[in-house]
Design a protein around this ligand. Structure first.
Ligand code: CP
Ligand code: NVA
Length: 301
């Protein structure tokens, strides 16, 4: 594995391999067993959007692996003043051993990989969030003991999270049901991908239909980073696309709830459901650290 650009690029075997390594690194970290696979290596982290989890988990992860991480804000880099990504990629490849980038356009991430000569990791674009979904799959497997055959339901915007969950879930053998308003469906490339999976993938505007018999329920914010100007319009469009008691009642009695965070209580999820499933949600947040360390080892060691 050279890069982590999007879930579409990974095979089922590569995903399972990452999850297995993530479990092992988590065990080692919890038991004080050294795992300095990236001694002397430097990861550059380019952020064009805000972050709590991604920044802190990558930075901490690099230290635990014996390397170091540089936080590179778009405000300070020349890229923010228009230096081409092609040149940035070639320059940073001379200093760094890997780059994690959070940006708007997926093309920018793909260009970094094309023009640079070091591993590139996608830390969220408008198209996808692969690091998050690897942590999500890790968390589901930890709680449920398996992935294959479970039903995943995602309620809300057909955004970066929906795109990555659909691909990741189907690849590992889950059934995936999406409930979204007609005007906010997942990316066309992702919907094309689902065609290989027949009735293991379903999409509806009906929240209760999608949530029926689900083993794990996901949702995400109604307005993502960069869409702040559409927030009011989106509040109207997404009314009812919420994980609440009514939705939980049609899912399996032991269904898990996952949220990539940050969460907007009483919008995409009620405070009551959020707090009832807080342990699972914060395990998910913790697992960003372990899953990303596995990715770092796979691409940089
Ligand atoms: N879930 C997630 O990526 O969180 P941050 O935006 O805080 O990094
Ligand atoms: N869909 C959200 C996810 C944040 C982690 C966003 O892009 O803002």
């Amino acid at each position: 594995m050279k890069h982590l650009l999007k879930m579409l690029d990974l095979s089922k075997e590569e995903i399972i391999d990452i999850l297995n390594l993530a479990d092992q690194l988590k065990y080692e970290q919890k038991n004080g067993i050294a795992h300095r696979h990236l001694e002397g290596k430097t990861l550059g982290m380019i952020f064009q959007k805000s972050s709590t989890r991604t920044r802190v988990s990558f930075e901490t992860g690099m230290y635990q692996l014996g390397g170091q991480a540089l936080f590179l804000s778009n405000r300070d880099l020349q890229i923010g003043r228009g230096e081409p990504v092609q040149d940035t990629a070639r320059v940073l490849s001379r200093y760094l051993d890997g780059i994690m980038i959070r940006t708007f356009e997926q093309k920018e991430v793909e260009d970094l990989a094309e023009y640079g000569s070091i591993p590139i990791i996608n830390g969220l674009t408008d198209f996808c969030h692969p690091c998050q979904v690897l942590a999500d799959l890790m968390t589901i497997r930890e709680h449920k003991g398996r992935l294959e055959g479970l039903k995943m339901c995602y309620i809300g915007d057909g955004n970066n999270m929906a795109n990555s969950l659909i691909v990741g879930g189907l690849k590992v053998g889950m059934d995936v049901a999406i409930a979204c308003p007609d005007d906010y469906q997942p990316d066309a490339k992702v919907l094309e991908f689902t065609k290989e999976y027949g009735d293991k993938f379903t999409m509806t505007a009906d929240v209760l239909e999608a949530a029926k018999d689900a083993d794990v329920l996901f949702t995400d914010v109604w307005a993502s980073m960069g869409q702040e100007g559409e927030a009011e319009k989106r509040k109207l469009a997404f009314a009812g696309y919420q994980i609440n008691d009514e939705v939980m009642a049609v899912a399996h009695a032991d269904a898990m709830v996952q949220h990539c965070l940050p969460a907007h209580r009483e919008e995409e999820i009620t405070a009551k459901v959020f707090e009832a499933h807080a342990d699972e949600i914060f395990d998910e947040a913790e697992n960003r650290l372990h899953a990303q360390k596995a990715v770092l080892v796979k691409v940089m060691a």
